[in-house]
Design a protein around this ligand. Sequence first.
Ligand code: ADP
Ligand code: MG
Ligand code: ZN
Length: 484
Amino acid sequence: MTAPSGFEAVIGLEVHAQLRTASKAFCGCSTRFGDEPNTNVCPVCLGLPGALPVLNRGVVESAVRMGLAVGSSIAPTSIFARKNYFYPDLPKGYQISQYDEPICRGGTVEIDLDGGARRQVRLTRIHMEEDAGKSIHDAGDGTLVDVNRSGVPLIEIVSEPDVRSPREAALYVQKIRQIVTYLGICDGNMEEGSLRCDANVSVRPAGTAALGTKTEVKNMNSFRNVERAIEFELNRQIALLRSGGTVLQETLLWDAESNTAHPMRSKEEADDYRYFPEPDLVPVTAAEAWVAQLRSELPEHPTLRRDRFEKTYGLPRYDADVLTAERGTADYFESVVRELGALGADSAKAASNWVMTDVLRVVGERRIDIAEFSVPPSSLAGMIRLIGNGTISGKIAKEVFSAMLETGERPERIIDERGLLQLSDETAIGKVVDDVIARNPGPLATYRSGNAQLLGFFVGEVMKQTKGKANPQVVNALLKQRLT
Ligand code: ADP
Ligand code: MG
Ligand code: ZN
């Protein structure tokens, strides 16, 4: 995509995903978020003299699964390295990371552009590392340090500079989030910092190939902020270049409050981490058979699942996107379709409508995971079938749905107990129709004088009389017949 100014944006992203292992990368401390500060710590994650790290197998497994999901090649042997730097939230004085021999190389992430086109973003590498602690600057005087997060495992996913716009960057991070949550290796929560993104940004004259000087923007805690921060930085660089200036290689911190990015450190102070192989850990081996087993156990890739939903269930692309955005939603939807199939009904589109609107609305309102949603797929399927075969109207179904939500009862039972059966009997509805016509001579005259809009009034009256249970098609047919 070309910026209007004749410059092209060049963006490479570094995404850190916090892994969902129960214990830290190199010790047995808990990784739980939100515990009392400095309670999940031990000599290993504090880096006390003599303490020795032991690698958590779950970390390697998560990294390999991610690599397999995006088509990386998995290194049979990879090496941890020390990245040395001083910072108050890093009591060890170094971070255990991977440097020149990461566990995964290459791979691609396919993003879906607005409008349906697809783009491949190449990955450079995925490596394992540990998180640092957290400095807390806004809790009274001075700065406090919480080291609970020290040693919590991360994977860092580094892209090639293939991203061409702020929007693409946000879509890329969204896709990464979707993949890691499908794999179950990261909870994907950007606000809590479980998924973090640094954007490397440069511009070049459109049509040229050489890369411009890049800056790195950090500290964006939502997709929206990723987009806005990159937008801001591109505009800044373009304005600078147009006024004859040069871009300095520096790191900027995004400030969502002021919508600006401020320099954090410049190249003059560029870090020299003095990486060297971590002497306390042996090389990591990923045996071929183990990798093959992990590959065979991978869940369906969300993009493939989306495509399959379109094809197999004949759903619009929009539906397929919404239903597969989260794995739990896709699983729930497919359970409903399966239950419908068992009932001999084939109404994937109806199932999609109910899941996309009513189910997701309740899940959102209650801030729950769809796995905790109280209406089992079999009940929803049962209700959809009862609409399909005319037992209840779509309007009554909304009431049945609320009742299922509150009571957990089966739809048949609710319909039975509350007398919600749809009224389709022509004789019974005919009586109500005649009664309504007889009691409204005024509207009847108006209707007969050519004001056909009044049909709606009569339909409404009949529905009122039958408490919404009359079959709307029958009502309409009878009214049209008897009004004229
Ligand atoms: P560094 O050593 O500064 O971390 P790397 O070469 O490791 O730089 O690249 C880090 C990230 O920056 C990668 O995602 C890469 O694609 C991206 N990148 C590198 N050069 C540029 C550039 N000129 N413009 C935009 N992104 C770039
Ligand atoms: Mg970097
Ligand atoms: Zn520990």
